[in-house]
Design a protein around this ligand. Structure first.
Ligand code: PLP
Length: 459
């Protein structure tokens, strides 16, 4: 018999948690002072907590639950897989049906020149794989000096040593002496936060930020650079949607200087931007692509690196074995979850839905928040968006001590039955791709009510 999930009281769970559970990205003292929120169930876009609250998950977990919660198709596929073959590895010339099928299925929806996938267990591991594979590629190309990387300020690429080093988060760099040597950062194409006051148009600003890449390449030397890595839309950095001029210029610069272009699609992949990948949305032709999150909708942890023929052909021919892999690379349960997830996305035409139907509907609704006195900009592509909190709109003035108002807003939002995340004073959302029109209306109504309550708190 299945054990009931909620055997003990909320207080019991909080006590156990406070004593023994060290949470990621959490101030433990602050958490323990108020106690963790205990989630016990979920269905569609709705979360349930141990106190009976029903909360609309505007963040799809951590940007990952693309097909929504409670999908029996995935549960059944994973259960069947665990009964047939709960584990075997994919090292040393072994495979299993789900790994082979998922590799074929996932490359079929990727850009045409990406025909191989290396399985990992997370986005961070994917980016560590990118680091190693790009270096191996340049060794194979007899250009062993090309070993350094360029990434962006405020980018997020994970928490492992390489992931956090690729990332441009100063708080993360401030702990454990990161980034590691040979990883450089350039500016982000953040129009509202950094471009507005330059006197440039968004497209001029996008080009200027892209040209920082060329400046950095000249400074470090193209002969020393393996790759440039970036998210098509910067997610954890505050849903930074680049001006249209940005990616074409970045692509041109990478080609001109023979630098590999790596798209970190961990958030943007699997329909989030209204196409299978953010690279499709922005016309990027990546040499390597990191994936995770929507790959299994988070039902089982999984990540991967999609590899272009350009890189794969050389490494396979010249290096032979790539001495790299994780015990759980291509885990049967993860592959089964991924296959069932992909099947749902295809059968329910979720990507087309985000591009042509629910995406445009939600974008218009979300944009309407721009008339709120506390919102300086409300932007969204596909189903990933942000609202910028401002103290004054004409002329725009941000709140002092960035993050304080955002955190207050995030807390009010959850109290109000909506999960929104705060990045400084930027509120971000990325709901499950299955969200209905009525739920979009509800999400935006709750967001507006939250901003109203925030205004009351601030006066
Ligand atoms: N890359 C991007 C763009 C991400 O947003 C994240 C996580 O949010 C990661 C990498 C790291 O993924 P994971 O937390 O699965 O290691």
């Amino acid at each position: 018999m299945t054990a009931p999930v909620n055997l003990r009281s909320t207080e019991d769970y909080r006590k156990m948690d406070a004593a023994h559970h060290w949470h990621p990205f959490t101030d433990t003292a602050e958490l323990n002072a108020k106690g963790a929120r205990v989630f016990t169930g979920a269905e569609g876009v709705w979360l349930r907590d141990s106190e009976g609250n029903r909360i609309l998950d505007g963040m799809a977990g951590l940007w990952c639950v693309a097909v929504g919660y409670g999908r029996p198709e995935i549960v059944e596929a994973v259960t069947r897989q665990l009964q047939d073959l709960p584990y075997y590895n994919t090292f040393f010339q072994c495979t299993h049906p789900s790994a082979a099928e998922f590799a074929e299925a996932v490359t079929a929806v990727a850009p045409a020149h990406l025909n191989r996938v290396f399985f990992t267990n997370s986005g961070s591991e994917s980016n560590d794989t990118v680091f190693r594979l790009a270096r191996v590629y340049w060794d194979c190309m007899d250009k062993p000096s090309k070993k350094q990387f360029i990434a962006r300020r405020n980018g997020y690429h994970g928490s492992t040593v390489v992931g956090a080093s690729f990332g441009g988060m100063s708080a993360m760099h401030g702990q454990s002496d990161l980034p590691i040597e040979g990883i450089h950062h350039i500016g982000q194409p953040y129009w509202f936060g950094e471009g507005r006051e330059t006197g440039m148009t968004p497209d001029e600003f996008g080009r200027a930020r892209a040209r920082e890449l060329e400046d950095k390449i000249r400074e470090v030397g193209a002969d020393n650079i393996a790759a440039f890595i970036a998210e098509p839309i910067q997610g954890a950095g505050g849903v930074v949607i680049p001006p249209a001029s940005y990616w074409p210029e970045i692509s041109r610069i990478c080609r001109k200087h023979d630098i590999l272009l790596v798209a970190d699609e961990v958030i943007c992949g699997f329909g989030r931007t209204g196409n299978w990948f953010g690279s499709d949305t922005f016309g990027i032709e990546p040499d390597l692509m990191s994936i995770a999150k929507g790959m299994t909708s988070g039902y089982v942890p999984m990540g991967g690196v999609m590899i272009s023929d350009r890189v794969a052909d050389v490494v396979i021919a010249k290096a032979g074995e790539f001495y790299h892999g994780y015990t759980y690379s291509g885990h049967p349960a993860a592959c089964a979850a991924g296959l069932a997830n992909l099947r749902i996305m295809q059968e329910e035409k979720l990507v087309e839905r985000v591009r042509d139907d629910i995406g445009p509907y939600m974008q218009a609704k979300w944009a309407s928040l721009g008339d709120h006195p506390l919102i300086g900009e409300a932007r969204m592509t596909g189903l990933i968006g942000a609202a910028e909190l401002v103290r004054r709109k004409e002329p725009i003035e941000r709140f002092p001590d960035a993050g304080t108002t955002g955190t207050l807003c995030r807390n009010l939002s959850v109290e109000n039955g909506l999960v929104m995340r705060a990045v400084g004073d930027t509120m971000v959302i990325a709901p499950p791709l299955v969200i209905s029109r009525e739920e979009c209306d509800e999400l935006v109504a709750r967001a507006r009510k939250t901003f109203d309550r925030l205004a009351d708190h601030l006066t």
